[in-house]
Design a protein around this ligand. Structure first.
Ligand code: GDP
Ligand code: MG
Length: 458
């Protein structure tokens, strides 16, 4: 997702970061790069132009604080502006219950799939208990079956009337049944029929369904891979049936980013959710700030943390975090952390979310290196792990032999570990500025994940 855009923007940011003074001439080349990166990601021309103008104005207008270098300020400006472009924070789901959600969009955009995904998401995150999925597609019986299968798989209530001829009347009736005491749905999602393109017929049908349904949320489901075309579709739908949000799907595919980046500023409608795969769990709230950071190759630390929280033993994670805070983190903890991390899935997926590592390709080689790191730590005695300072030459040699590695590997690991610990001490001591400086150095200018962060992955 957005790989090309990230690569180009990362390069532009690298140029910016190196600047010791922000003048119009100084920043011009990087801004040209930023704009061309956006354009080649299929971002709307005007959006790209306005974006670079705003970045320029902010760069020149920002008073430079002594402690940070001007280049870093410029990078922050780009990141902030990109966040604004993607939307301003998240808008919570409408609080009314039973909650009524209408899904509209072109055929193939992912409406039916998203109906089930959204219901599942709202059950998990918003405490809704009884979703009912209503099929409002009279044209294609297969589409009704598809929704029925998805609903059954998730154990959701499902309603359809395959013999109906008037779609609006049918929706009114089915929704009433779903919300009646007997069924007592607290969430009703109506999945409408799409067309291959926006036309008068479709708009008319959607409006009639909306009037019969009286939804609290109207979400346009849009395929991110369509780029600018998706933005045009959104504009037309919004004119006809005011939207409260967009669900951007297929962000896992080869979307170049244009749709995500232009949607909000062109239509004014916020992106509320995103689809990231074919499975029912591949769906999430859209967070503009996290997405901006991910696009800029600064990783997505927050998502990483949340992902970790889902799989990783909560108590254990808290214990480790507390130890980090107290700077009392030893190799024993490190081993535990590494084992937790393995539970989170393929390393490549995790690295994509880490700051400055978005472009690091994690393949068999890196997985092997991590295995090596683990082997080294496992070859240490408990006492050594607890107190790495006692690791003298002969202990290191023994560990290298025991883990089938070289002494230089052991040395490198210990060095990185002490850097990591040093940083924890600084955090504890509240030496934020000093820490930022060190991170800049250690991340090799790549965005500063602490020390390239993870011993064994340099
Ligand atoms: P509809 O015509 O708008 O109802 O679209 P569907 O829900 O039937 O989806 C069309 C196709 O897109 C199906 O094959 C889905 O599995 C696929 N799809 C939907 N959302 C996503 C997504 O976020 N990622 C991927 N990779 N495929 C998706
Ligand atoms: Mg469908």
């Amino acid at each position: 997702m957005f790989a090309n855009l990230t690569e180009k923007l990362t390069k532009a940011l690298r140029d910016l970061r190196g600047l010791s003074k922000l003048t119009e001439d100084n920043i011009a080349p990087a801004l040209v790069e930023v704009r061309s990166a956006l354009m080649s990601a299929d971002v709307n021309f005007k959006v790209a132009k306005d974006f670079t103008e705003r970045v320029k104005a902010a760069c020149l207008g920002t008073a430079v604080v002594d402690s940070v270098n001007p280049g870093q300020m410029a990078v922050k400006v780009v990141s902030d502006e990109l966040t604004k472009l993607l939307g301003e924070g998240e808008r919570p789901i409408d609080p009314r219950r039973p909650l009524r959600v209408l899904l509209v969009g072109l055929q193939g955009s992912g409406k039916t799939t998203s109906a089930a995904k959204l219901a599942k998401h709202l059950v998990k995150k918003e405490g809704l208990r009884k979703p009912s999925l209503v099929a409002a597609d009279l044209r294609r019986p297969a589409a009704i079956d598809q929704l029925e299968t998805l609903a059954k798989n998730e154990g959701f209530d499902f309603r359809a009337d395959r013999a109906a001829t008037d779609v609006a009347g049918m929706v009114g009736r089915l929704v009433k049944e779903a919300e009646a005491a007997a069924a007592a749905a607290d969430l009703v999602i109506v999945d409408t029929a799409g067309r291959l393109q926006v036309d008068g017929d479709l708009m008319e049908e959607v409006r009639r369904v909306r009037d019969a349904f009286q939804p609290h949320e109207v979400f346009l489901v849009a395929d991110a891979a369509l780029g600018q075309q998706a933005v045009d579709v959104a504009t037309k739908f919004h004119e006809s049936t005011p939207l409260t949000g967009i669900i951007l799907t297929k962000l896992d595919g080869d979307a170049r980013g244009g749709a995500a980046l232009s949607m909000k500023s062109v239509t004014g409608v916020p992106i509320r959710y995103m689809g990231t795969g074919e499975k029912s769990g591949d769906f999430d709230t859209f967070h503009p700030d996290r997405m901006a950071q991910r696009i800029l190759g600064m990783g997505d630390v927050v998502s990483l943390v949340e992902k970790a929280q889902e799989v990783v033993d909560q108590k254990e994670a808290e214990r480790l975090a507390e130890k980090m805070r107290k700077a009392d983190f030893d190799l024993e903890d490190f081993l535990a952390q590494m084992q937790q991390m393995k539970k989170m899935g393929p390393l490549g997926d995790i690295m994509k979310m880490m700051p400055g590592m978005g472009n690091v390709q994690v393949g068999a080689k890196e997985e092997k290196m991590l295995g090596k790191t683990e082997a080294i730590v496992l070859s240490m005695t408990r006492k050594e792990r607890r107190n790495p300072d006692i690791l003298n030459g002969s202990r290191r040699l023994r560990i290298a032999k025991g883990s089938g590695t070289q002494v230089s590997d052991v040395n490198a690991l210990i060095k990185q570990f002490s850097q990591m610990r040093e940083m924890m001490r600084m955090m504890k001591g509240g030496k934020g500025k000093e820490l930022m400086r060190r991170m800049g150095q250690m991340g090799g200018g790549r965005g500063g994940f602490p020390g390239g962060g993870f011993p064994g992955l340099r």
